[in-house]
Ligand binder design. Structure first.
Ligand code: SAH
Length: 364
């Protein structure tokens, strides 16, 4: 079997070139080709000796996955990619273009960390069929690598958010290893402050992250500050109740001094009442936090409805009274099944790959 070089650490890459009888500096050259020039073809790596290139073609490969479907959202601000993995699994990533008044156009990539998800949140398409397996750090990095190759000119991914399929803290070590690869200046060189890990509330993961020497940002999918409702919507709350979750968030803040983002999807008349906002306000007032208010992205299996903007604005005003900062996030990709796991779920068999054309025609 050929060795997949994508996702190997620098040390592993050095070991591999030594095995092929080459000097260690060849590993740095390879790294540059793979991560800076995004090259996949060894024969194009012209500063490597001909013998070495032939050996690489025989013994190595760059990447294991393939993009089998792409869909763009209106205006091209969102693009969703479906990947096939060896063994027949599928995962997805979403690229979003945001305009930041300070930093200009920024490309944010939303990555998957698992094939499926075991968390069973009631409103989420990713967990509908349970968990198949964890992704390796290499597979997380490969999502970014393939998508980077498709970007125009000098465009680069500026932010990574671990908010695709899966629960990052149920796959902690691989997620953290991926963060380090993204950060590495010889690789993607994305500053840790531009990397966000989002969790449904796995308390030990939050505490562990607090102790890492890594400046990545933390987002917590809260969705309600009502314990009874949270247990219904998010079964993870049965293992890690709300008070323990909020304690862990406070501990994280004390240790790191960093702001936490709370994700709050608004489901009409379920968690979007003024009383819900007050409960949230009381629970997190005084914390250095930002609440992202996100209208529910409807999924077939969940009866909940999106909150209208008028209700979301009232909710936001109620939070203001507790001094809790919030933003109403413009949702993206409603028309391209960009709610987590939707594309993968509708893509049942490889026979449907022909769909890729249809999906694109729809929007172009
Ligand atoms: N497991 C992690 C990361 C993946 S989910 C987490 O729970 O944070 C990424 C975000 O999408 C979470 O905030 C999740 O609650 C949200 N999400 C899931 N289904 C959604 C839907 N139908 N509409 C809007 N947001 C959704």
């Amino acid at each position: 079997m050929k060795k997949n070089l994508l996702g190997l650490s620098h040390e592993e890459l050095v070991e591999f070139v030594l095995e092929l009888g080459e000097k260690p500096f060849r590993a740095s050259q390879l790294e540059k080709w793979i991560y800076k020039k995004l090259e996949s073809d060894f024969s194009a790596m012209t500063d490597l000796g001909a013998g070495f290139r032939t050996a690489l073609e025989e013994k190595a490969q760059i990447g294991n996955m393939e993009i089998v479907k792409e869909k763009s959202g209106r205006g091209g601000l969102t693009r969703k990619y479906l990947f096939s993995l060896p063994g027949g699994d599928y995962i997805e990533s979403v690229l979003m273009r945001f305009f930041d008044p300070e930093e200009g156009d920024r490309l944010t990539l939303c990555l998957s960390t698992q094939v499926g998800c075991a968390m069973s949140c009631a409103f989420c398409a990713s967990g509908m069929n349970g968990l198949s397996r964890n992704l390796s750090s290499a597979e997380m990095v490969e999502q970014a690598w393939h998508i980077s190759r498709r970007l125009a000119g000098d465009e680069r991914i500026g932010n990574i958010v671990f908010m695709g399929i899966g629960e990052p803290f149920a796959n902690y070590n691989e997620t953290l290893a991926a963060c380090r690869i993204f950060q590495d200046p010889a690789r993607f060189g994305i500053g840790a402050r531009h990397i966000t890990i989002s969790t449904c509330g796995i308390v030990p993961g939050i505490k562990r992250l607090a102790g890492e020497n890594l400046q990545v940002r933390l987002a917590v999918s809260l969705h309600t500050a009502n314990e009874k409702l949270r247990k219904e919507l998010m079964p993870v709350s049965r293992s890690f109740p709300l008070d323990e979750l909020l304690e862990a968030c406070k501990y994280y803040q004390e240790k790191t001094g960093r702001r936490i983002t709370f994700e709050y999807i608004l489901i009409r008349e379920v968690n979007d009442n003024a009383a819900d906002a007050r409960e949230l306000g009381r629970a997190i007032s005084g914390m250095n936090a930002m609440v992202n208010l996100i209208p529910l992205n409807p999924v077939d299996e969940f009866a909940g409805k999106r909150s209208p903007l008028t209700r979301i604005k009232i909710f936001k005003e109620a939070l203001d009274e507790f001094g809790v900062k919030s933003v109403i996030r413009k949702e993206r990709g409603l028309n391209i099944d960009a709610a987590c796991g939707q594309l993968r779920k509708t893509h049942k068999s490889p026979d449907e790959m022909g769909d890729a054309g249809t999906g694109l025609n729809e929007i172009n």
